[in-house]
Ligand binder design. Structure first.
Ligand SMILES: Nc1nc2c(c(=O)[nH]1)N[C@H]1C(S)=C(S)[C@@H](COP(=O)(O)OP(=O)(O)OC[C@H]3O[C@@H](n4cnc5c(=O)[nH]c(N)nc54)[C@H](O)[C@@H]3O)O[C@H]1N2
Ligand SMILES: Nc1nc2c(c(=O)[nH]1)N[C@H]1C(S)=C(S)[C@@H](COP(=O)(O)OP(=O)(O)OC[C@H]3O[C@@H](n4cnc5c(=O)[nH]c(N)nc54)[C@H](O)[C@@H]3O)O[C@H]1N2
Ligand code: SF4
Ligand SMILES: [Mo]
Length: 750
């Protein structure tokens, strides 16, 4: 009853906001929780409460799940957890509701002779899976089957998947959706620090007196991290670097609306001013870094004039921002997808790292060169998925590392591939070239989220066998599968996640998975059994057992977690940030890296890395005069919306149909009216979208959220050369207004 009334309140409020906005629901920064949506109706009092980490974003909020007879009936944010301090965003509040849906995959589905997916039992599904993959491998070689995994299942599950696929099934190629997301930060950190190590703790949001947020829309993508910024008592300068006036830019003290993909020039220009003014930390540079003098020489051409031409940011602003950085005692630099998803992304991330290093803003409270992660367990996947590096941050190419890992696991080191996996886009190209014939996709939805989707659909159609393991049976990717394996979801299984600040927290089984759906962990175990490699993985028999294996793998590595006893210890201490070696006292709740100025390279020094900016691969031109930016559209939509569209509350908080943000100036030129359907075309595809006229996008640019399946019809398959991460945020499009009386928003081709 209470819930009902409060829901209505939110709905009314939303509709008020909706009307005021004219077209689109403005971002609801208050969470439903602030309207009491999480209150427990009187008749359903819990008999127990257990806490677990949220299953959406990398913030890693803790949620108290209210139980009755061991089953979840409700949840509220955990008040004493060091991450969220009693807060949660709308997605977190609605976490349980999205689990009940007719879209849930409840039984394995196998494509029949008529090309239809039909329900089969697990035995048939597993036999088919093993037979088909073995057949392909027998015909085309062990490497002709690949897997694409995820940052959204438990670390124990990803580790088991990686071990099963690479040590048991003989696959070499396996990558994850983290390639779409975090690969740039991984490579930037590895090259600069010697290990993939985001150095910060969330407390730094509250301790800085200057925060620079680059290509990061915290208000919407990490709302609880934004709440941490709001709690900062130092009246901080908040500098947002983003071509759009995002929800976060609106709250900033300074907004640098630079030209898209001109970040490199901006940061080199800032570095040059800092250098020229002597606003650098010479002692730190000399003691703890290498390559600075080469960097200083490289910077010379980045005069304010050059920077202004490249970025649109004038000299006075540039000098002002440099001064703010200089005057700040605790300056932190944060970045997300506006940096990572670019054609020169790694160097851009490193240009940010360089600013932190040259000003000595690292290793102290409120400082750091800080990449914010995306998915709930992207950080787990970065260390333990056995895709881009060998389990525990080791290197497939290093024979010593392979021996060490084999020893720890008690397996023959010949089982471990001595080659690196192809990156995601190389796997996709491998399919096109007929080298990859079988693909197993786990907890990701590439038929919606991968770049240049028209091409991908064509490529997926060339596979001999596509297996998709998902909690829903009807995702864009599952609909294309030969075999769908029904997975239990967050809340229906146990394990651990690692959040953006390296904090490990637990997830728990608080309800039964529907029908025959099984935890990914159990599916992997069954596959090992049917494959005939269960013996090799005999110790990997439960998530807690795998956690013990991960501890052994991590010992002595920068990501050492050998001091964590078990899941209970994680719960008791409010999660634990790595490193946590066995000799550490379990006292600190906030751990940041590099307090001693020692980095992970053998010489202990961080490196200055830089490279001349390159032109944009597909700039706007006469035929396609607009630059398309894509990204998150609201706090209540998660990626491809398989989960969030199941919640009536979340659906109310965001537009249901695809829209394109256009500057009113162009709307006048093109005579486009608010809400009118317009055709957006790139060289690769086109879509119909509602026109949302707003000055938050600059003239010459347009923005479309990634949550609608047509968006990636337009994007251009361009990648950063080092991280091989897709450049989702810049391609040329044109916009046409047509008489569209009969059209609905839909995809299409020009
Ligand atoms: N509600 C919600 N939250 C999420 C997610 C979600 O789907 N929904 N996804 C999660 C995941 S996996 C991720 S990776 C994060 C992503 O979190 P964010 O990276 O914050 O989100 P995006 O909107 O993809 O991109 C951020 C900003 O980059 C800007 N940008 C584009 N081009 C450039 C450029 O050249 N330079 C600069 N400086 N900025 C640019 C865009 O205008 C955009 O505002 O969010 C996580 N949180
Ligand atoms: N144009 C454009 N495209 C983008 C981006 C962008 O900014 N612009 N951002 C990119 C980024 S950063 C990311 S991270 C990707 C995200 O892209 P995806 O990973 O494709 O998106 P999701 O919708 O999160 O897909 C997760 C899938 O896993 C399923 N699932 C959830 N939980 C479980 C589970 O426990 N087990 C199993 N087996 N399945 C589960 C869900 O139902 C869903 O189908 O999109 C990328 N695509
Ligand atoms: S901010 Fe992220 S982790 Fe926190 S409740 Fe929202 S989706 Fe979950
Ligand atoms: Mo992401």
């Amino acid at each position: 009853m209470i819930r009902q009334t409060l829901r209505q309140t939110v709905a009314q409020l939303t509709s008020v906001l909706h009307q005021r906005d004219g077209q689109r629901t403005r971002q609801l920064l208050l969470s439903p929780g602030q309207f009491g949506l999480g209150l427990v109706p009187e008749r359903r009092q819990p008999d127990a409460i257990t806490s677990m980490v949220c299953g959406y974003c990398s913030t890693g909020c803790s949620l108290d799940v209210h139980l009755q007879d061991g089953q979840a009936i409700n949840l509220t944010p955990t008040s004493e957890y060091p991450v969220n301090l009693g807060m949660a965003c709308p997605k977190g509040w609605e976490s349980l509701r999205v689990l009940d849906s007719p879209d849930r995959a409840t039984t394995p589905l196998l494509k029949n002779q008529r090309g239809r997916l039909e329900a089969v039992g697990w035995d048939t599904a597993l036999r088919t899976f093993v037979e088909r993959i073995k057949q392909i491998q027998a015909q085309h070689g062990a490497e002709s089957v690949a897997f694409i995994s995820t940052g959204q299942i438990a670390t124990e599950e990803m580790a088991l998947l990686g071990a099963l696929a690479k040590f048991g099934m003989g696959l070499v190629h396996g990558d994850g959706n983290t390639r779409q997301c975090m690969a740039t930060s991984v490579v930037a950190y590895k090259q600069a620090f010697g290990f993939d190590a985001p150095p910060y703790t969330y407390q730094d949001f509250e301790e800085s007196d200057v925060l620079m947020l680059v290509g990061a829309n915290l208000c919407l993508a990490h709302p609880i991290l934004w709440e941490r910024v709001v709690r900062n008592p130092h009246d901080p300068q908040i500098i947002v670097v983003d071509p759009r006036t995002t929800e976060t830019a609106m709250q900033a003290t300074r907004h640098l609306a630079l030209k898209p993909k001109s970040d490199l020039a901006l940061f080199y220009g800032l570095a040059q001013v800092l250098l020229e003014e002597g606003w650098i930390d010479r002692l730190f540079i000399e003691a703890h870094t290498s390559g600075f003098s080469e960097f200083a020489t490289f910077l010379r051409p980045f005069t304010p004039e050059v920077v202004e031409a490249a970025t649109g940011i004038d000299e006075a602003t540039l000098r002002d921002i440099a001064r703010i950085i200089h005057e700040g005692r605790r300056v932190s630099f944060w970045w997300t997808m506006g940096v990572n998803q670019g054609y020169e992304a790694v160097r851009t991330a490193q240009a940010i790292i360089n600013l932190a290093l040259m000003t000595g803003n690292i290793g102290r409270p409120g400082t750091g060169a800080n990449s914010i992660t995306g998915q709930c367990n992207a950080m787990g996947s970065r260390l333990f998925s056995n895709t881009t590096n060998l389990l525990g941050g080791y290197d497939f190419l290093d024979a010593e590392h392979r021996r060490k890992v084999a020893n720890i696991l008690g397996i023959d080191d010949a089982c471990i591939p001595s080659r690196n996996s192809w990156a995601y886009h190389e796997i996709v190209e491998g399919i096109l070239q007929g080298k990859i014939k079988g693909l197993w996709i786990i907890a990701t939805n590439p038929a919606h989220s991968w770049i240049n989707q028209g091409q991908l659909h064509d490529i997926l159609g060339r596979l001999d066998f596509l297996a998709v393991q998902d909690m829903y049976h009807n995702t864009e990717t599952a609909r294309r599968a030969d075999l769908v394996l029904p997975a239990a979801a967050w809340g229906e299984k146990e394990g651990t996640f690692i959040n953006s600040e390296r904090r490990i927290g637990t997830i728990k089984k608080v309800r039964q998975a529907p029908g025959m759906a099984l935890a990914d962990f159990s599916i992997f175990r069954l596959i090992a059994h049917y494959w005939g490699c269960a013996e090799l993985l005999s110790e990997w028999d439960s998530p807690p057992a795998v956690f013990q294996i991960l501890k052994r793998l991590s010992a002595g590595q920068p990501c050492d977690i050998s001091g964590i006893e078990d899941y209970q210890m994680l719960d008791r201490l409010g999660g634990i940030q790595w490193p946590f070696p066995s000799d550490d006292p379990p006292s600190e709740q906030q751990r940041r890296l590099f307090a001693d100025g020692r980095f992970y390279h053998p010489d202990g020094r961080a490196r200055f890395l830089f490279e001349a900016p390159r032109p944009m691969p597909e700039p706007p031109n006469n035929k396609y005069p607009f630059l398309l930016l894509t990204g998150r559209g609201s706090a209540s939509q998660w990626h491809t919306q398989t989960r969030t569209r199941q919640s009536p509350v979340l659906r109310k908080l965001c537009p249901q149909e695809i829209y394109v943000e256009i500057n009113p100036l162009h709307a006048r030129e093109l005579a486009i009216k608010p809400n009118e359907l317009v055709l957006v075309e790139s060289q690769r595809g086109c879509l119909w979208a509602k026109a949302f006229l707003t000055a938050t996008v600059r003239p010459g640019q347009v923005f479309i959220p990634m949550h609608y399946d047509a968006t990636n019809q337009l994007t251009d398959a361009v990648f950063d050369p080092y991280s091989k991460q897709p450049s989702y945020k810049a391609c040329a499009v044109r916009i046409r207004r047509e008489s569209v009386s009969t059209k609905s928003t839909s995809r299409g081709r020009p």
